[in-house]
Ligand binder design. Structure first.
Ligand SMILES: NC(=O)c1ccc[n+]([C@@H]2O[C@H](COP(=O)([O-])OP(=O)(O)OC[C@H]3O[C@@H](n4cnc5c(N)ncnc54)[C@H](O)[C@@H]3O)[C@@H](O)[C@H]2O)c1
Length: 319
């Protein structure tokens, strides 16, 4: 699924670091016809990224027929030549990212955008090694990026609205949905929301309220079905006849009380608790392998995404 247009000249994209996340970026940019260079200093990683990318592209109707322009580069300099946009995806380590950004800043042309896939570091800290922090951004994807379109964007304090819009525009044209943050917060938005839900889910299992299947059923057959359409605030808005103001007036008091009872202590995730969760999941999935389950998951997400994009919201609804 994509909203790609080819009105603008294609970018030259350098993917630096070809692990799980780096290779996952390739189909995103490939489906909008960009030229892509993929660099990883480890020959083994570059080779396995090539295998993964070929098999993903072959099975993806959104990319088939585009004959993607890919080049696998053993040297960073080769990958950066003429690059207009760099997506750094090396391991989550501040020193390593700082060191790489210093080189990227030195080797790239003046207008090249330098984006990091970091999921927990502050781009302001990474960009201290560069002479041009205004062109450095966090562009945080979810995995795999070609299946989950949302990306979190954060500019540095030296960044401008115009440059942020340039980054967002490139991602939007590649079929992604950019969400721009105004300042850094650990875990950005997505992982904070996941962490809050994960903490409570683990606490419920830990307290013996229900098992992992029951907690997941509440989401997959319940809450998540509305969230996929409306999110948290949109769901609240439609759960009172007159909308969000009435919702807060009527229900906020009891939610506030309930929030007071939520797990504050993070439960110890170890030993018998891991055994119990693992046994529940083994029973649920039988002998299917994890890659098989993940492929099934991704196929269904893409189907849901098609439905989500094909159904018009009620008149007057933006977006
Ligand atoms: N794994 C996820 O689900 C996920 C999701 C979103 C964002 N992220 C972020 O994406 C980044 C990459 O995560 P990952 O899970 O793909 O890691 P990974 O360990 O799978 O891959 C990292 C790759 O970077 C390569 N590398 C190391 N130093 C390099 C250098 N100087 N230049 C080029 N390549 C280099 C390694 O050889 C390796 O192939 C991290 O910042 C992580 O926080 C991860």
């Amino acid at each position: 699924v994509s909203h790609c247009t080819t009105e603008r000249p294609p970018e030259t994209i350098a993917i630096v670091g070809a692990g799980v996340v780096g290779r996952g970026w390739v189909p995103v940019f490939a489906r909008s016809g960009h030229e892509i260079r993929i660099h990883d200093p480890s020959p083994g990683q570059l080779e396995s990224a090539r295998d993964w990318i070929e098999s993903f592209l072959l099975s993806s109707p959104a990319v088939r027929g585009h004959s993607p322009k890919l080049r696998f580069c053993a040297h960073l300099e080769e990958a950066l030549q003429g690059a207009t946009y760099v997506q750094e995806s090396i391991q989550e380590n501040l020193i390593a990212k700082r060191d790489l950004f210093e080189r990227l800043d030195r080797l790239c042309e003046a207008g090249t955008l330098l984006c990091s896939s970091t999921s927990s570091l502050d781009i302001n800290d990474i960009a201290t090694s560069t002479a041009h922090p205004g062109r450095c951004f966090t562009v945080h994807p979810f995995n795999p990026a070609a299946v989950l379109p949302v990306v979190e964007i954060l500019a540095t304090r030296a960044g401008s609205g115009t440059t942020t819009e340039r980054v967002a525009g490139i991602l939007r044209r590649a079929g992604q949905v950019p969400v721009v943050l105004h300042r850094f917060v650990p875990g950005y938005i997505g992982n904070r929301l996941q962490a809050a839900l994960m903490r409570e889910a683990l606490a419920l299992v830990d307290a013996g309220v229900a098992d992992a299947d029951a907690v997941d059923a509440l989401l997959t057959h319940g809450l998540a079905l509305r969230w996929v359409i409306l999110g948290v605030f949109g769901t609240n808005h439609t759960n009172a006849d007159h909308g969000i103001r009435e919702y807060y007036e009527r229900f906020w008091g009891s939610y506030r009380e309930l929030i007071g009872t939520l797990a504050v202590e993070t439960p110890a995730v170890e030993g018998p608790m891991i055994d119990a969760i693992s046994a529940t999941l083994e029973k649920r999935f039988g002998n299917a392998s994890i890659p098989e389950i993940a492929r099934w998951r991704d196929r269904l997400v893409l189907e849901l995404r098609k439905v989500q994009l094909s159904t018009l919201p009620p008149a007057g609804t933006a977006g």
